[in-house]
Design a protein around this ligand. Structure first.
Ligand SMILES: Cc1ncc(COP(=O)(O)O)c(C=O)c1O
Length: 458
């Protein structure tokens, strides 16, 4: 969206008039933070809302506006905001101390529930973020195999560290993004998402591949779907070549099912990166996998097997408050139908959105799997039937793009109508979303489409 369009838009004007306090704070923020934000995904033009409170599926901004929330703490909040049992566990932990610089019982309770839920969590190493978890997974894979390269799928996201930047939203040829060393970028072999033949070719030709990493329900939580049977084929071909298979379950873990995508699809990766839901809404993450691989971190086992122990520190690894939040959240997920509730709601939401796309004669489609929804905004102006749309039939670059101006304007229109979606556009559902939220979200979409139409955006 360019500045002229921004200034002449009723949607933008209405948004500004409803969010004056956020506007003022965004000016302060612009003086402190690049683009006034602290995470790339929070970038909204002209500015995003500043939120001061959140409960269940709702949140409130500093101007007192209430929103149904589909950002869900970047996907961390399967149980919604402020689940009482999780908050109580955090408060109890904080009262006993925020950091002991030592092992503590809560990390054991956290590990035990992870092991009960995640089939391949034989051994666990906690980190502070998903980015650190995927980084450590690569190091473990290299140390274990003695090989140096990693296969990644174009458009998959694995955090922001140097190995993961090329090929996510740019540099599809594998060249290094700004600030990244050529030598790091060239240690990554990029292949098209869902292309098992491309993987086979790379693994047959290059004997220096340590691991293949992927988002196991397709990039950006299924925005780019992967073909049926792909995970099985990938497991088979990686095993055949002695290459480790790494599932990035930072989003799908404890969401797709209590045991994540690996449990749902019954595929056993060698290593798994976990974060988000894992730590119950506080910072925390982990790498889990087979003992023989994680033994590279063991002070005795590594040298005993003739290997150098790999290094891994981290001041906040298994922080007591995160451990308490994580153990409480995972115990609820283990003992309730939280994943199913979120999955069911998402399915109904996708269906209802497609109905209104048909009724409003908008050539968009809502799609997705499990507790996610994505909106295909049809940048190439295809003729589609929203209710029969098959995202797998569309090229991944097309599916990841939006017509100019649409996603920002839709985001603002939805905020005006009391719903916060992501900028892709889409969102993740929590177990706290209820029928009233569903009806209100559908109405907000209908009203937002009409607002966009009145400005010739669609
Ligand atoms: C699939 C996936 N992997 C890794 C990460 C990085 O996790 P973090 O933001 O905790 O570093 C994310 C974050 O959104 C993610 O979605």
């Amino acid at each position: 969206m360019n500045t002229v369009a921004l200034e002449s838009s009723n949607i933008v004007e209405t948004y500004r008039s409803k969010t004056r306090e956020s506007a003022a704070l965004s000016e302060d923020a612009a003086a402190q933070f690049p683009s006034g934000i602290t995470h790339d995904s929070r970038h909204v033009r002209p500015y995003g809302v500043f939120v001061e409170k959140a409960v269940g599926s709702h949140k409130w901004d500093v101007d007192g506006n209430e929103y149904i929330d589909y950002f869900g703490g970047h996907g961390a909040l399967l149980l919604g905001h402020g689940r009482p049992e999780v908050l109580a566990a955090i408060h109890e932990a904080l009262d006993e101390g925020t950091h002991f610089g030592a092992s503590h019982p809560r990390e054991l309770a956290w590990a035990r529930v992870i092991q009960r839920l995640v089939p391949t969590a034989d051994r666990i190493r906690f980190t502070s973020s998903g980015t650190e978890a995927t980084h450590l997974a690569l190091r473990l894979a290299r140390a274990f195999t003695g090989r140096s390269k990693i296969v990644r799928f174009l458009s998959n996201f694995h955090g922001w560290h140097d190995h993961m930047t090329s090929g996510y939203t740019s540099h599809y040829d594998g060249s290094p993004t700004s600030g990244v060393l050529e030598s790091v970028a060239s240690s990554i072999a990029l292949v098209p998402p869902g292309d098992i033949d491309a993987v086979r070719t790379v693994l047959e030709q290059d004997k220096d591949i340590a691991a293949v990493i992927l988002e196991p329900t397709g990039s950006s939580f299924g925005m780019v779907p992967i073909p049926e049977g792909f995970l099985e084929a990938l497991r088979e071909v990686t095993a055949k070549h002695g290459v480790l298979l790494i599932f990035d379950e930072v989003v799908t873990g404890f969401r797709v099912s209590p045991g994540g995508a690996q449990s749902h699809f019954n595929i056993k990766p060698d290593l798994t990166a976990l974060a988000k839901i894992l730590a119950g809404g506080l910072p925390g993450a982990a790498v889990v996998g087979g003992r023989e691989i994680l033994d590279a971190l063991d002070f005795d086992a590594a040298p005993a097997s003739g290997r150098e122990k790999i290094q891994h520190q981290g001041t906040y690894n298994a922080n007591p408050a995160s451990a308490a939040a994580g153990a409480a959240a995972l115990s609820i997920i283990e003992s309730t139908d939280a994943c199913k509730r979120a999955n069911d709601y998402a399915e109904r939401l996708r269906g209802r959105l497609n109905q209104i796309f048909v009724e409003e004669q908008v050539q968009w489609a809502a799609y997705g799997t499990f507790s996610g929804f994505h909106v295909f905004t049809n940048p190439m102006k295809r003729v589609i039937d929203p209710e029969k749309f098959d995202a797998a039939s569309v090229d991944w670059k097309e599916i990841k793009s939006n017509p100019p101006g649409v996603s920002d304007r839709l985001r603002l229109a939805m905020l005006i109508n009391g719903v916060d979606i992501t900028g892709w556009p889409g969102g993740t559902i929590s177990a706290a979303h209820d029928e009233a939220d569903l009806d209100k979200t559908v109405d907000a979409f209908r009203e937002s489409l009409r607002m966009l139409r009145s400005e010739d955006v669609i």
